[in-house]
Write a protein that binds this ligand. Sequence first.
Ligand code: ADP
Ligand code: MG
Length: 853
Amino acid sequence: MVEDVTPIRQQYLEIKRQYPNAILFFRLGDFYETFDQDAEIAARELDIVLTGRNVARGTRVPMAGIPFHAVDNYLSRLIDKGYHVAICEQVGDQPQKGLFPREVVRVVTPGTVVEPELLHGDANNYLASLVTQENRAGVAYVDITTGEFAATELAGEDLENVLRAELSRLNPAEILLPEGQGTGNGLPGQVTRRPAWHFELGRCRETLLRHFEAASLDGYGLHGMPLATRAAGAILDYLEDTQPSAAGLLDRLSTYQLSEFMLLDAPTRRNLELTETLRGDLHGSLLGVLDKTVTPMGRRSIRQWVNKPLLDIDAIRRRQAGVEILWADGLLRASVRASLRPLADLERLIGRVQSGHASPRDLVAIRATLRCLPGIRAALGQALEPLTEGIGEISPLAAELALLEQAVDDDPPATLQNSGVIRAGFSSELDGVVEASRHAREWIAALESVERSRTGIKTLKVGYNKVFGYYIEISRGSADQAPAEYIRKQTLVNAERFITPEMKEYEALVLNAEDRIREIESRLFREICERLASSGQIFLRTARALGDLDVLAALAEAAALGNYVRPELVEEPLLEIREGRHPVVETSLAGERFVPNEAVFEAGEIVRIITGPNMSGKSTFLRQVALIVLMAQMGSFVPAKSARIGVVDRIFTRIGAQDEIHAGQSTFMVEMIETSNILHHASERSLLVLDEIGRGTSTYDGLSIAWAVVEFIHNHPRLRARTLFATHYHELTQLASLLPGVRNYNVAVSEAEGRVVFLHKIVPGGADRSYGIHVAQLAGLPRQVVLRANEILQTLEASSGHATHNRPIAAQQMALFPETNPLIDELRELDVNTLSPLEALNKLYEWQQKYLK
Ligand code: ADP
Ligand code: MG
């Protein structure tokens, strides 16, 4: 019965109706309360007490509350678990019909959080949106904490892969999709479905035009990009629903083309361990080595640089020039980095100022950062101008700094709930109230002694209580001496209490002053924020330029520490890396020296086949070449003696992670899918890194596939991409004599005094032995086993009359242990419990191929 429920319950239900998909945090006094199903979820997920509340006679509903001051912690836990939270506040300060008006001020979702506690300082927090139609797609993304807002449109038969690559680069926290649109599985981030009509072109165009107060979208680069327009419009639409104050921060939208950046698909990003290792750590990744940044802007920026290597040689050279200036002059670098180090997160701070979330201490942090700018410009001195060409202008923001100096106290309280935010001398109105309040306090403080000497009453005291406020107390014996203007207020056993009108006036001054001060300070604070916000774009440009400067200095520092060189970039598809090193492995070798290797492709060379024993350094070499190319195109120096690199449009890797199993697919299936992707999409300007293709299946299958893949790359007119191919199939070395663009290399091994040492040196020619037994020894197999294996190997080699490497492995096993059946052995070793049905099928197929032929 609706008439029966309490008014506040009615209010709650009305608001909840508008937010059916979010948990509603309903502000009641010092708590956010949740009700009904929301309360059950909150109690379960947050481990808080589930209570109840009467909402009508005899009706109780579940309720769970959290204290408002601890909301961030609870919010982050719900957001992490995939919930959206609508925050409903009490608005206005007058109850209407006994009830405070309330409204939802924002809906917190993974892509729209702004609380510093809920954000990672090191990475952007993106909200993305994706619309697809036939073979085209629009992608837009926004980081509402930094104001970055961009859109692009993708097309082509490779759409699915390109799309996934782009989304894996962005790694959004949340991704908006139209209801009913396929794709959604396996996308990074949390998927939020929005009604399809929110993505309609007309509506989106209007949303954008209204938002930017523009007459046309052409100036935003959206001309002829209907899907990008739809994706961008849908984002704005969502923000207006969830986080209206954030939308205001977005006063720019840039469009971009994927063709500006090197394309790196998700497996390649993973395999090359660009921003995290396969285990998920920053340490051990490329970013881990290069990230010598000292500011939060720089940390986000360098991650973007690693994720988006450039294709435009001029743009790359501009970055290189900046790195070079800071690399060549160690003192300059040290002083620039030292002057950057104290900077706060200017980009996000100004974002909070613009969206109205800034606290007094945020302004102090902005001021402290602005104070550093002259020092940074001075430290750069002559170098400033050549650097800003690559990174944009660092404005001194002098007027804004002056305002903050004048206006904001040195050590303000954390929130506007307390006074003391605004510096004395900034506002005469405020100073007047503060002065009057101070005067009134002093007057009251002096009152006791003034009145004692005026009246001559020794027992006269001034006191304070909640009921009467200030009063004058005189002991019973002296009460009749009280002056005529004293007004009697209360009679106690031993004393009388009085007040005077003048005293009450001062009291009112003191008591009201605190409220008045807070009120004036809040108003002034808002005005200051508005003035700062009006320079928002200059702040953001400066913050980004500082971030990029930090990246240049970090790359220079990494280059100096790692002894890197500046690579030369050219348009022709060359690859000439001399004495290259793996940037990560070389730092992790304790005591041992990393052996540098050449990767110099001769004219006409297309595929380089590298054979060599396990653990000799093949995979390291392959990754090292890919990483050096990528570093070169992000503008970094590279670990080599010299490098000349033809710009690479796309790096493809197929690196056998031995036991990686995706969504029920067998390793071999994944391997073949990735290989097929490479063969379909690589171009002459690509770099292919193929490690142990065909390993996931039986010897003959694997060998045949590997062979055919090399032939295809070599012969296909569209392909002919620079290719590094590591393999343990020695048979493949025969290809060099059949195909003119194939070269053989192997990893050198020294066999002094019967001991095998891997030299990690890649040298021309094919390998002649596999040294499997040596590796078995390294791995700690019992000595008897190793010795016996050596004996058997010798017998085999002697009896076959030629080197072992041409003998198929299965055949060896057959001959060696005729009394056992290899199929039975394999069956015995199979762990059926961990096998997926698909893997089991693959296994059967493999055996059929292997043993029934
Ligand atoms: P493979 O792929 O041939 O099995 P890896 O590339 O995995 O061999 O290398 C095995 C180990 O050898 C690496 O973990 C590394 O410690 C070491 N290593 C590889 N290349 C070098 C090198 N150039 N210099 C020194 N050590 C190396
Ligand atoms: Mg390997």
